[in-house]
Design a protein around this ligand. Structure first.
Ligand SMILES: Cc1cc2nc3c(=O)[nH]c(=O)nc-3n(C[C@H](O)[C@H](O)[C@H](O)COP(=O)(O)O)c2cc1C
Length: 200
């Protein structure tokens, strides 16, 4: 059975970003564990998605939003979504926000009901690789974690795990320690995927 991975990288450093490198580490682990892995990769720094604007809405209305349709299809098909999410000015990179704006579409990935919005997606494991220059986890400055969690839950994607690499810009070997710790967390997470039979 095929395991479909959607990898979203959003570091402005491209493949050299810590989040992108952790994503590659996760992919290597997943490929070692599953026979048939198909990866769709979006490097949003190399190939940015335009801001969601009035013309995008017009395109959706006219059935001409080819890029957004493709992004949504990639998300719907994924068994595992790996999101590289560096913290830039307390939030996600603007290129990642643009991707989010395009994949959140009423009638496709969520719908409005009398009692509020309901997510239309499910069955995708979301792994967020949260990289930060400083340390924010559990502090008021970490507005990024609840934002990301809310966003994916809104679409119905509630099976979400965060792996943090924090203090990357701090001195005293903290960067190396953070990366090693994140890699260990990723290894555990990927082994747990197959133990729990979460992914085909
Ligand atoms: C434009 C920009 C804004 C940043 N803002 C923050 C921030 O608000 N908080 C923080 O802890 N680190 C901040 N950093 C540091 C990054 O989070 C850190 O460099 C991390 O490694 C980024 O992940 P990446 O290597 O995958 O891009 C910022 C870096 C850049 C380039």
């Amino acid at each position: 059975m095929t395991t479909r991975i959607l990898q979203i990288d959003s570091s402005l450093f491209g493949g050299a970003g810590v989040s992108a490198q952790l994503a590659e580490f996760a992919l290597t682990k997943i490929k070692a564990q599953y026979d048939d892995v198909v990866v769709v990769k979006r490097d949003l720094a190399a190939d940015p998605i335009p801001h969601f604007d009035a013309s995008t809405i017009a395109d959706i209305t006219e059935g001409k939003a080819a890029l957004a349709d493709t992004l949504i299809a990639e998300l719907v098909e994924a068994d595992v979504l790996i999101v590289g999410a560096p913290m830039y000015n307390f939030g996600v990179p603007s290129v990642l926000k643009a991707w989010m704006d395009h994949v959140a579409r009423a009638g496709s990935t969520f719908k409005y009901t009398e009692t509020g919005p309901v997510g239309l997606l499910s069955d995708t494991k979301v792994i967020v690789l949260a990289t930060r220059g400083g340390i924010h986890l559990g502090q008021p400055s970490d507005v990024e974690t609840p934002f990301i969690k809310n966003f994916f839950s809104f679409l119905g994607l509630t099976d979400i795990e965060f792996v943090y690499a924090e203090g990357l810009n701090l001195s005293g070997g903290q960067r190396e320690q953070a990366i090693t710790k994140a890699e260990a967390a990723i290894s555990d997470l990927v082994s747990a995927l197959s133990e729990q039979g979460e992914v085909a």
